[in-house]
Design a protein around this ligand. Structure first.
Ligand code: NAP
Length: 331
């Protein structure tokens, strides 16, 4: 049994990671790191953490536990590097929430610590474990749209105010780009790179007009790949809308509606040329269980996880290129 600690008992840990760990046959919720003893104990009780001493307010004390095997890091982005390095030195395997870090220097330091200590790091891009997305990735590989030419991803939500930690430079570096953009980028890279090569150019426009935040509230990113194929990503925390992904190739297209999110659901349509689209059937599954399963498999077999530190770093590099290209990189 793999004993798993949660670092940061907030939204995504409470909503998705804790239930996934509890629902996996090979993992057990063991302990938690919280700045507040009260919040830690509430989380420990709610999720029935198994350690005799489940609540820690210091990472050192949590990591000293020899019965702890792995951690899920679900804290603000600025904390990821320091926490990953400490966990790697303590030889605990790591499932890390996206994005990997907030600079390339941090990514390199993290990768060095992981390598030295032979520890697995998997990036939590759960949308790779959406059953419909996996089906679409295999349809693209099998030539159902012909040569890929363009992908468009649109995913927004309405933040109620600017109290989110992503809107402050102390705990985040990007807002819309880190909340949704990094997922969209991962989806586009996953679908494009096998046939179209690496990203060769990044352009971006951002808006900060609703909350006057120091960080991007909306971002429109344009990408070009080595083959010449293109992609565009629209993310925002200024307004709500249904997510949409459109994939265009020489002989067909795929449209995904409402698939971007935590739920593993949505509708997918495929069209050959300009013919009427047909529904792509898939059985919804829990994407957070899929990513956890991949992490467990990497620990057990030594195989690379679906998204490891190299791809995590490339994603951060694209986010940095996007914000630089927008001219808004003043933070
Ligand atoms: N995969 C996804 O779809 C998805 C969705 C949402 C978020 N995420 C990622 O998960 C991570 C956490 O995001 P979240 O939305 O769960 O955030 P959240 O609800 O604010 O939770 C973060 C937790 O980290 C702890 N923390 C430690 N230092 C903190 C600080 N200086 N400021 C705020 N919190 C601090 C807090 O717990 P204590 O106060 O108890 O210490 C807090 O509950 C981020 O990397 C984010 O990008 C991923």
């Amino acid at each position: 049994m793999i004993n798993v600690a949660i670092l940061g008992p907030g939204g995504i840990a409470d909503d998705q990671h804790a239930p996934a760990v509890a629902g996996h046959a090979k993992t057990r919720l063991w302990s938690v790191l919280s700045r507040s003893s009260e919040r830690g104990h509430q989380f420990a009780t709610k999720h029935q953490l198994a350690s005799p001493f489940p609540v820690h307010q210091s990472l050192d004390s949590l990591l000293k536990d020899p019965n702890l095997h792995a951690v899920i890091i679900a804290t603000p982005d600025r904390l990821h590097a320091e926490q990953v390095i400490a966990c790697a030195r303590a030889k605990k395997h790591i499932l890390l929430e996206k994005p990997m870090a907030t600079s390339l220097e941090e990514c390199d330091q993290m990768t060095g610590a992981l390598r030295e200590n032979k520890v697995v790091l998997a990036l939590a891009y759960h949308l790779r474990w959406h059953a419909g997305h996996r089906k679409v990735a295999s349809m693209i590989q099998a030539g159902h749209v012909g040569q890929l030419r363009h992908i468009r991803v649109h995913w927004t939500f309405a933040a109620p105010n600017d109290s989110n930690w992503r809107s402050t430079p102390e705990s985040g570096r990007w807002w819309s780009l880190a909340a949704n953009g990094t997922h969209c980028l991962d989806l586009v890279r996953w679908m494009m790179i096998p046939t179209e090569g690496e990203i060769s150019d990044v352009k971006c426009v951002v808006s900060r007009s609703k909350f006057n935040s120091p960080h991007d509230e909306s971002a429109i990113v344009a990408l070009q790949f080595e083959s010449g194929a293109t992609a565009e990503i629209c993310v925002s925390v200024q307004f709500a809308s249904e997510s949409r992904v459109e994939i265009y190739g020489d002989s067909g297209s795929i449209r995904m509606e409402g698939t971007m999110g935590r739920h593993g659901k949505g509708q997918i349509y495929h069209a050959s040329g300009l013919q009427a689209p047909t529904v792509v059937q898939f059985e919804p599954t829990n994407p957070f269980l899929g990513e956890l399963n991949n992490f467990v498999n990497a620990i057990e077999t030594g195989q690379e996880p679906e998204v490891g530190p190299l791809e995590g770093r490339r994603n951060v590099e694209c986010l940095l290129q996007a914000i630089k290209a927008s001219g808004a990189d003043h933070y």
